[in-house]
Ligand binder design. Structure first.
Ligand SMILES: Nc1ncnc2c1ncn2[C@@H]1O[C@H](COP(=O)(O)OP(=O)(O)OP(=O)(O)O)[C@@H](O)[C@H]1O
Length: 277
């Protein structure tokens, strides 16, 4: 069960203070939505959690220990675009996630282990609704399908923390609703804490257990650089949404929270069966 603790975090770029004295504790398996005006440091905060950025002052603790200096398999990430490899098929993208984890130098697995990983990848591809698209390249997939693939690729490495940077921001509203259902299903069935940056408050309330709003207290141009963003609001979403449990390393049947919308069993709007490409 992964906890994230942020203690008096400051982030500065040269003279510009971006984040100012942020302290937060994220409970295991929470689903955090980070919101706030453009440029207030949401992505910077996410990149710190990914170890792509360092803090200027303060600390980030994962399970009580200082965060690793380098990005690792314990933290998965999905961006709005370009999270998947365009030159690999759907299956290749998901298999590669496991290969990079288990064979970081060669990037290849062989024999029985490779077959086992391929089987796991196919199951995950089906779980995210991409069955039938295993041999397609990302260019032949719709935006929604590409994000489903990006989620599968991130989850294949069994991250303890999943970081999402506006992952559904570029999708049409109908497709977004379908992928929200998928996101809730994955959060319910995989043992992970999710931190998602979004501009969409409705999305935040649909998915998250807690919403954190960053904001600069002073935003006049001459003050901008000297005042970083702080926590303007910290909202626990009610009724409480609680993630399901996971059984022995495999994803279990999702246990929706009381307020989760029903998980549709039929094909989504971006289902491969409905695609002609
Ligand atoms: N590597 C960097 N070097 C210098 N300044 C940076 C760097 N990365 C981010 N910044 C600055 O930090 C501030 C916060 O940027 P960030 O991308 O984190 O904001 P954001 O809240 O995610 O914005 P948006 O919602 O528009 O994506 C911006 O002023 C940006 O210019």
């Amino acid at each position: 069960m992964t906890t994230i603790a942020v203690r008096h975090l400051w982030k500065e770029y040269g003279d510009q203070i971006v984040l100012e004295d942020i302290s937060l504790d994220f409970a295991p398996r929470s689903f955090i939505a980070l919101v706030g005006p453009s440029g207030c440091g949401k992505t910077t905060f996410l990149r710190i959690l990914l170890s792509e950025e360092t803090v200027t002052r303060g600390e980030v603790l994962i399970d009580g220990r200082p965060i690793a200096r380098e990005p690792g398999a314990d933290r998965g990430v999905v961006f709005q675009r370009y999270s998947v490899f365009p030159h690999l098929t759907v299956l290749g993208n998901v298999v590669l996630a496991a290969e990079m984890e288990e064979a970081p130098f060669t990037g290849r697995l062989f024999g029985a282990r490779r077959r086992q990983v391929e089987e796991e990848a196919r199951a995950l591809i089906a779980e995210v609704g991409l069955k039938g698209a295993e041999d397609k390249y990302p260019a032949a997939l719709s935006g929604g399908m590409q994000q489903r693939l990006a989620l599968a690729q991130a989850i294949m490495r069994r991250p303890k923390i999943l970081l999402l940077d506006e992952p559904f921001g570029a999708l049409d509203p109908g497709i977004r609703t379908d992928i929200h259902q998928l996101m809730l299903k994955l959060w319910n069935s995989c043992e992970m804490t999710v931190v998602m940056v979004t501009h969409d408050l409705k999305e935040a309330f649909t998915l998250a257990t807690r919403i954190i709003a960053f904001e600069r207290r002073r935003n006049r141009p001459e003050e901008k650089a000297r005042y970083g963003a702080t926590i303007a609001k910290d909202i626990e979403v009610w009724p409480k949404r609680i993630a399901g449990t996971r059984i022995a390393g495999k994803t279990s049947t999702p246990i929706p929270g009381r307020d989760d919308p029903a998980i549709p069993s039929g094909p989504g709007r971006d289902d491969p069966a409905l695609q002609t490409a």
